[in-house]
Design a binder for this molecule. Structure first.
Ligand code: ZN
Length: 341
C-alpha cells in the first residue's frame, strides 16, 4: 500500500527494504528516548520485532505507523522480542494479552521473568549484593531504597507463548528469520538473521553508539561479560550484514560494530588491570578512578543507577581478568579484593 513520505516521517517510519520497515517509538525513560520497532511485512500480514514499552504514546505511534503501511493490529501474526527488557518486550505482553498475538522470546530469559514474579517490589534485587561485594555498601543501600517510577508500575511481565532457541526459524510469510542466541546484555538475548536481505535485527547486542550494559538483569548467567564477548565473536562468524539495532541509526554493519565493541572491552580490561596493579583492589575503587559516559564524568557525578552499572561493569571486567588467569581475588569482610601479577 502506498504512503506519503510526510506521513511516514510523522510516524517515525523508515522503509529499510521492500518488506522491512523501522518504526521509531517513544519511550517513557529519562535517558533512552526511542526504541526501534521493526516490521517484517508482506500482503498476508506482519511480524513485529521489539514493539517497545507498554506506554500509551508508544502504542499510538505503533498503530499509526502500521496504518501508514496499510495494516492494523489484526494483521500482526507474531511478535518477537530480542530480550526481556521492558523497552522491547512489554508492549508485546500487552498485545498478546489483549489481542491473542503469538509472543516469542529467547528461552534463557525465563530466569529473569521468574525472578521478577517472585519478588516484584524490589527494583534491582540482584545488584544490591553485588554492590556490597564491590565495596560500595552505601550505594547498595541507596539502590535497595529505590522504588519503581510511575511509568514502571503495573507493567505486565509474564512468559511468552513460545520460547526460542538458537537456530530456530520463524516463519514471517514471504521471508524467514533465524534466531541466534547472543547472551550477554541479557542471558537470553537473541539476534534475528534475515539472510535473504542481508540484515540482522541486533536488539541491544549491537548498538551503533552505546556500549550495551551487562548489569541490568534480575537473574543473570555466570560471567555475562564473557558471554557478551563470545556473542560478539559469533556475529563475526555470521555473514556481514546491515545492523538493525533497537536504538539508534540503521546504517551500520554488524562486523564493523562487533569489532569495535570487542576492542572497547579489551581496552577496558587493560585499563582495570592497570588500576588494580596501581593499588586499587575493589571494583568500587577502580570505578572511582575512571571517567564515565561520553562526557567523561567522575563516578560521583553519575546518577545512583548509573553508578551501579558503572561499578558492576568494572566488576565484570575484573571477573573476566580472573577467569583468564590475569588476576586473582579473595573476599575479605564481604568485599571482593583483586590483585594482578
Ligand atoms: Zn536492553
Amino acid at each position: 500500500m502506498p504512503h506519503s513520505s510526510a506521513a511516514a516521517a510523522r510516524h517515525g517510519l523508515t522503509n529499510i527494504t521492500e518488506t522491512v520497515a523501522c518504526i521509531a517509538l517513544p519511550l517513557p525513560l529519562p535517558d533512552l528516548q526511542v526504541v526501534n520497532a521493526y516490521v517484517i511485512h508482506d500482503r498476508a500480514g506482519v511480524t513485529l520485532i521489539d514493539p517497545g514499552w507498554a506506554y500509551p504514546p508508544s502504542e499510538t505511534a505503533l498503530v499509526q505507523a502500521l496504518d501508514t503501511l496499510g495494516f492494523t493490529v489484526g494483521d500482526v501474526r507474531a511478535i518477537v522480542a530480542t530480550h526481556q527488557h521492558w523497552d522491547h518486550y512489554s508492549l508485546g505482553v500487552k498485545w498478546r494479552d489483549q489481542f491473542g498475538i503469538e509472543l516469542m522470546l529467547g528461552r534463557e530469559e525465563r530466569h529473569s521473568i521468574a525472578a521478577f514474579i517472585q519478588n516484584p517490589d524490589v527494583v534491582h534485587p540482584y545488584q544490591i549484593g553485588k554492590l556490597i561485594e564491590a565495596g560500595a555498601p552505601n550505594l547498595a543501600s541507596e539502590i535497595a531504597a529505590l522504588s519503581w517510577e510511575p511509568y514502571e508500575r503495573d507493567v505486565a511481565f509474564t512468559p511468552p507463548d513460545r520460547w526460542l532457541d538458537d537456530r530456530d526459524v520463524i516463519d514471517c510469510g514471504a521471508t524467514q528469520i533465524v534466531v541466534r542466541a547472543t547472551p550477554g546484555h541479557t542471558r537470553g538475548h537473541i539476534v534475528l538473521e534475515e539472510a535473504g536481505q542481508g540484515v540482522i535485527f541486533t536488539g541491544d547486542h549491537l548498538l551503533p553508539t552505546i556500549t550495551p550494559s551487562i548489569a541490568f538483569e534480575r537473574a543473570p548467567g555466570e560471567f555475562p561479560l564473557r558471554s557478551y564477548i563470545n556473542s560478539l565473536h559469533l556475529v563475526l562468524q555470521l555473514p556481514d550484514a546491515v545492523m538493525l539495532p533497537a536504538h539508534g541509526s540503521t546504517v551500520g554493519t554488524t562486523h564493523a560494530r562487533a569489532r569495535q565493541l570487542i576492542s572497547h572491552h579489551e581496552t577496558r580490561l587493560n585499563q582495570v588491570g592497570e588500576l588494580i596493579a596501581a593499588g586499587n583492589s575493589s571494583s568500587y575503587e577502580v570505578a572511582s578512578k575512571m571517567l564515565w559516559t561520553r562526557r567523561e564524568r567522575s563516578l560521583d557525578e553519575l546518577s545512583v543507577v548509573h553508578q551501579m552499572t558503572a561499578i558492576l561493569e568494572v566488576q565484570s571486567h575484573l571477573d573476566l581478568l580472573a577467569l583468564r588467569g590475569e588476576a586473582s581475588s579473595a573476599v575479605m569482610d564481604n568485599v571482593r579484593r583483586f590483585t594482578v601479577w
